[in-house]
Each structure stands twice: as C-alpha cells, then as structure tokens.
Design a protein around this ligand. Sequence first.
Ligand SMILES: [Mn+2]
Length: 317
Amino acid sequence: MKKNVKIFDEKLRSATSIAIMAHKNPDGDALCSVLALARLIEKNYGIKCVCVYDGNVPDYLDGVPLRRHAHCWNKIDTSNAFDMAILLDYGAEHQVGGPLEIVKNAKFVVEIDHHKNDNPIAGLCIDDENADATAVVIYRIVQELKWRIDMDVRDLLAVAILTDTGNFKFAKNAESLSIMADLVSGGVSIRHLVEIMNNKPRKAVLVEARAAGNAEFFYHNKLAVATITRRDYRDMDGRGEMVLNILGQIHGVEYIVLLKEQKETQIGISIRSRSAAIDKIAASFGGGGHEHAAGAVVRGDTLENVRAQVIAAFKGM
Ligand SMILES: [Mn+2]
C-alpha cells in the first residue's frame, strides 16, 4: 500500500483536473470520503476537484460539511476528459452509475476502497478490505503523506466512520476507533455529528418503523424479512438501516433481509448477518458488498417473486 500511496502522490503533483466519485445513492462513507478527499487535495496540492454523485443523497447527510460541493453527475460537463478520476467506496463497476462515463474518459484512474472487489477498474488501487470504511484508508494516506488536515475534513471522516461501522457496532478492529480518537482529539464532537444526522423526515422514520413492525420470520426465527412497498419506498431516506438494526436486535435472529420495491419490477435487497457470510447470497442476485452487510438490485421481477427466491436462498443456513 505504501508504494501505491507514493505513486498516488506523484500523480497528484502532475494532475490539473480531477473528478472524485463513489457508488450511486451515496451513504455516509461514500459521500463524506469524496468531500474529504477533495478538500485534502485542494489544501495540499492546490487542485480544485469536482465531486460527483449519482442517485439521491439522503437527508441525514444534508448537514455534513462541504455538502454543497457534491454535484449530481448529469450537471457536470463531461466533454473534457479529466486528468484523473478517483473512485472511492464503490465495490463493483455496476455500482458507479452515471459517473462511470467520467471514469472511462479519464486519463488516469485511481481507486480507494474497502470493498471486496475481484475486478478493480483503476490503474492504481489503494484498497484494503480489512478497513472499516473508505475513510480509514484515506486517513492512512493523510498520515503517510503528512497531508495538512482541517476541521471539515475531520468531521467528514468521523461521519464516514460512524455510519459505516454503525457507530462502531461493526468495527472489525481497533483502527477505526484509534482514528476516531485522533479526530476527537483534533476537535470533532461526536455528539454534534450525531445531532446533524438526526435529520430524517418524520415520514421516512415511520416507514422504517412500520416495516420492522410488519416483518416476518422464517427457519425457526433465524431469518427476519421486512418489506417496503412502492408507495412507502418514495418516503424513505437512505437504505433502511433502521429496519435492519431493529430486527438484528431480536434474540435468535441471525439474518435480516429488507426488500424494497423501488419500481414495479425493480427490487432492492439489503442483507445483514450476525455471523455467517452472506455476500455470496447477494452476489447470487447480482449484487455484492461485505461479509456481514451486502445487497443487490433485481430488475425485471416482482416483489413477490424476489421475496420467495430470497427466502429460499437462506434454506439450510
Ligand atoms: Mn464504505
């Protein structure tokens, strides 16, 4: 990794235009890592980066620093190829969405990620699937290259780590905790950041509460399945983490599935597991993710069919 960070530094010294993006429908780690890296590059190399996203930024991220610097990809002039595209927290090519065009046209592509990825698309990869968040990998680069950092960057990295670790409930090791200790020593107020994120619309919270309340249980209660229908999906803010969190607290529940009817024949699947790896199940539906948190989007099938297939996929687990 050190060698690749050094190459990254050299490439940044000669770059003039840079675009930064992550997976579509960005979560806390995706959006905040993009905004933090853009500020870091501006501060340390004098290059103003273009931050791009596809899909929706959830309301709970409205109040994070530098939020206004993130632009929807279709508002960006892509006719001029960027010197460098930096792809963060994306996992797989099909998760990039609209900005993939910018990536493909860029003269040089760098990726910084913590997803398991068998087909990285960048020329330079700074990846580590043992990192709890992409922000963790960015913080390592900050330290390695002795980049100057400011309060906005600290807040952004902290939000990224808090969201991707579920407030450290899913931390794989001590690194994200020790980075958070650094950030708090540097002035970050966790309480303030949590307050910023408690910004969901009432409708969205009630949709998630209702979905959890109507969940069904299979295989001697080991599998919990919650559903969000099309009408409710419109009111959602984010991916439904609350539903997954509530059901995951139930005694005996090992696997939690949330099905989202995004369109009549487009079903989003989020899967969480307490112990056994479920990324392969997500992959069997064309998705991916991490061992204990993964997902997929199935197109061309109904909620009822996908629901039956997903329940069947857990048979014997
Ligand atoms: Mn992430």
